[in-house]
Ligand binder design. Structure first.
Ligand code: SAM
Ligand code: DTB
Ligand code: SF4
Length: 346
């Protein structure tokens, strides 16, 4: 396989005009073809490709780095639900919106491990624990570290999402054995202020830096369907793809419209536009696992299949995300079966 080939060797003409794979020699630990200097113009050119060319290119890149039949399987648990002081316009857990989600305390360790064992028995490889915090207190981090240790001891990968972290907190989580930290950029830098006013984009970037510095894998992506324009989707993908290191995991969420949140009444997203975002993530971050994240509950099997074709290779597995529904496990296994796909081998 020629890793250094330029896209125009067998890629679509429109793409060859403005985007090419790197022909730099491989640096230690770096895949050839992984670039960190994506311009918005290049990402825009991807979004403007005819759909067949975009999907073909996404498949081609996907197959350079992954087995296209394999899907990474993660199960999500809300370990601390509701009562969050942040005002994220999409989120049912914010105290600023009347959504009917009640504030709960942090779950007990034993109860978390019961859920993790069930997730493992059902076939999940990674257990992701989410907390509705702006940022955890040091005492909370101690409790979460115990959960990470307990889940690791079951032989599962761990991921947590707890809001903004200090360097020291990230270090403690790493010491406990944490594999991934989820912290999304959610949208473009320009649109961020329309969606959240209680923190700024740079706060997100600072936490991502702390997570990286601690040696934890980064899970970072965003949401489609919050009233953002195409330029915001381009801006989000360009920002993610120009991070000094690409997130190892890139969740692309389709907004779950929850009544009571400011963005709940917006137009629903055309599935084809959502698939374009998945494809752009795949092409610009070739070695990252792209997760078809929230929103599958309302997606047809055909849309999900197209998302896999566009390069998505991870899903949340289990009937609940944090507070909203997700397809049940049997339905997902049947879909993977029908598509001749299977859980990713370790
Ligand atoms: N509080 C922490 C934070 O914001 O980073 C962790 C939990 S927060 C719920 C994790 C992510 O869930 C958000 O960054 C957002 O991308 C996603 N999310 C929240 N509500 C959503 C919704 N209604 N639809 C799709 N994704 C959503
Ligand atoms: C991510 O990108 N999506 C997940 C996970 N990371 C934490 C959360 C989706 C939440 C959907 C809305 C809810 O269930 O409350
Ligand atoms: Fe809080 Fe996270 Fe929801 Fe924002 S997305 S309101 S920070 S739980």
């Amino acid at each position: 396989m020629d890793w250094g080939q330029r896209i125009e060797d067998n890629g679509p003409k429109g793409l060859a005009m403005s985007v090419s794979l790197s022909t730099e020699p491989i640096k230690p630990g770096q895949w050839r073809g992984v670039r960190h200097d994506w311009t918005r113009a290049e990402v825009r050119a991807l979004f403007e490709l005819p759909f067949p060319d975009l999907i073909f290119e996404a498949q081609r890149i996907h197959r350079l780095h992954f087995d296209p039949r394999e899907v990474q399987i993660s199960t999500l648990l809300s370990i601390k639900t509701g009562g969050c002081p942040e005002d994220c316009a999409y989120c049912p857990q914010s105290i600023h919106h009347e959504t009917g989600v009640k504030a709960e305390k942090l779950m007990a360790l034993d109860a978390v491990l019961v859920e993790a064992r069930a997730a493992k028995a059902a076939g999940a490889q990674r257990f992701c624990m989410g907390a509705a915090w702006r940022s955890p207190k040091d005492r909370d981090v101690g409790e979460v570290c115990k959960m990470v240790e307990g889940v690791k001891a079951l032989g599962m990968e761990t991921c947590v999402t707890l809001g903004m972290l200090t360097d020291a907190q990230a270090g403690r989580l790493k010491q406990a054995g944490l594999d991934y930290y989820n912290h999304n950029l959610d949208t473009s830098p320009e649109y961020y202020g329309e969606i959240i006013t209680t923190r700024v984009y740079q706060d997100r970037l600072d936490t991502l830096k702390a997570v990286r510095a601690a040696g934890i894998h980064v899970c970072c992506g965003g949401i489609v369907g919050m009233g953002e324009g195409i330029e915001d989707r381009i801006g989000m993908i360009a920002t993610l793809a120009s991070l000094p290191e690409h997130p190892e995991s890139v969740p692309i969420n389709l907004l779950m419209q929850v009544e009571g949140t400011p963005v709940s009444k917006g137009q629903s997203t055309d599935p084809l536009d959502f698939i374009r975002v998945i494809a752009a993530a795949r092409i610009t971050m070739p070695a990252s696992v792209v997760r078809l994240s929230a929103g599958r509950e309302n997606m047809s099997e055909e849309t999900q299949a197209l998302c896999f074709l566009a390069g998505a290779n991870s899903i949340f597995y289990g009937p609940k995300l944090l507070t909203t529904p997700n397809p049940d496990q049997n339905r997902d296994m049947r879909l993977l079966d029908k598509l001749g796909m299977r859980p990713m081998s370790d």
